[in-house]
Ligand binder design. Structure first.
Ligand code: 3PG
Ligand code: MG
Length: 396
């Protein structure tokens, strides 16, 4: 696919610099979701099994080129040791003498983690001097950070041109899953796109209508499309100034042979809160003082029919206000249908984006999807059809 994998590089006796994304959620100094840490284990184990020394490069949060103690990767060391079942030697800086000392101190089978690359201003500027400082530490560069691949930084892009470079196992899995979903998918392809605002997903919708056979629009975004068709949505969240844009997307979809699916019935309430009194009405019948908080059961039934006719599905964003019950019902039911069809071998299903994964987990459906991306912003940019600098750098 244009990039090398770990299978293409000799690792014995080599110091392997591995860019990982362990930008995990933390509360009170503890990791609250170790998914991203667990996902890098296969790459690290493969390097060690083949006689290499794994040196991890990573960012944490957005320190903006300064040393911010709360954003030290030191806090991630315990969770990393647990996930790897190995000793982690921490380097106080990602370049220079502290980095070299940590690498030298690591015994066979130990893993080195270097301090936050974003403590250096050169990281986000893709500064050649920082890239050279990083490259000087090792023999081979492996990028396993798909979820940071939308950043053209020294540790994700610049360094790749200075050493033999390859994709790690997670990067490889992400790229293969995305290729299967939108690159050369089995058809028909359905995209499910939800979330609050059309304005943040314009490029994504514009790209998708040219690539997929069915586009399901949910969440607040659906209201904007309904408004664009002259449907009254009462007090619902809707971007009324985006109506022209929504009509353009619908015209583009029609020209490309992509069918857009909007709700046919909706769950409405007067308050945005859990267990608010609610009713299900036809899509044109939202009372003037009410707001749409979810798609209704007739909509879900139609979506399930579309899913049953499809071979590939890609999902980003919830269908309703999934964070408050019972307005998670449509998202849950639709996600469970995707899980069932995937389990049966009828559907290849790929999902990504922060809220999306949380919603699919809450629905108990995530484990049955073919692939769940670890990426937020990178997944969106990829769905927008944009080139990801971290991936391009591996091809150069
Ligand atoms: C993420 O958490 O999505 C990645 O680690 C990228 O982080 P960033 O948005 O701060 O570049
Ligand atoms: Mg980055």
């Amino acid at each position: 696919m244009g990039w090398k994998t770990l299978d293409d590089v000799a690792l014995a006796g080599k110091t392997v610099l591995v860019r990982v994304d362990i930008n995990v959620p933390m509360e009170a100094g503890r990791v609250t979701d170790a998914t991203r840490i667990e996902k890098i284990v296969p790459t690290v184990e493969d390097i060690i099994a083949r006689g290499g020394k794994a040196v991890l490069l990573a960012h944490f949060d957005r320190p903006k080129g300064k040393v911010v103690p709360e954003m030290s990767l030191r806090h991630v060391v315990p969770a990393l040791q647990t996930a790897l079942g190995r000793k982690v030697v921490f380097g106080e800086d990602c370049v220079g003498a502290p980095a070299q000392a940590a690498i030298a101190a690591a015994a066979t089978g130990d893993v080195v983690l270097l301090e936050n690359t974003r403590f250096h201003a050169g990281e986000e500027k893709n500064d050649p001097a920082l890239a050279a400082g990083l490259a000087a530490l090792g023999d081979i560069y492996v990028n396993d950070a798909f979820s940071a691949a939308h950043r053209a930084h020294a540790s994700t892009a610049g360094i790749a041109g200075l050493l033999p470079a390859a994709a790690g196992r997670l990067m490889e899995a992400e790229l293969r899953a995305l290729e299967a979903a939108l690159g050369s998918p089995a058809r028909p392809v359905v995209a499910v796109v939800g979330g609050a605002k059309v304005s943040t997903k314009l490029d994504l919708l514009g790209n998708l209508v040219t690539k997929v056979d069915h586009l399901v629009i949910g969440g607040g975004m659906a209201n904007t499309f309904l408004v664009a068709q002259g449907v009254e949505v009462g007090k619902s969240l809707a971007e009324r100034d985006m109506a022209d844009t929504a009509r353009e997307i619908m015209a583009k979809a029609k020209a490309a042979g992509c069918t857009i699916h909007l709700p046919v019935d909706v769950v409405v309430a007067r308050e945005f809160k859990a267990d608010a009194a609610n009713e299900t009405v036809d899509v044109g019948a939202c009372p003037a003082d009410a707001m749409i908080l979810d798609a209704g059961p007739a909509t879900v039934a139609r979506l399930v029919t579309v899913f049953e006719g499809a071979k590939t599905l890609i999902w980003n964003g919830p269908l309703g206000a999934f964070e408050i019950k019972p307005f998670d019902a449509a998202t849950n039911a639709a996600a469970q249908a995707v899980a069932r069809l995937t389990r049966a071998g009828a559907l290849v299903s790929v999902a990504g984006g922060g809220d999306t994964v949380a919603a699919l987990n809450a629905a108990g459906a995530a484990a049955d999807f073919t692939f769940i991306s670890t990426a937020g912003g990178a997944f969106l940019e990829w769905m927008e059809g944009k080139e990801l600098p971290g991936v391009s750098a591996l091809m150069a």
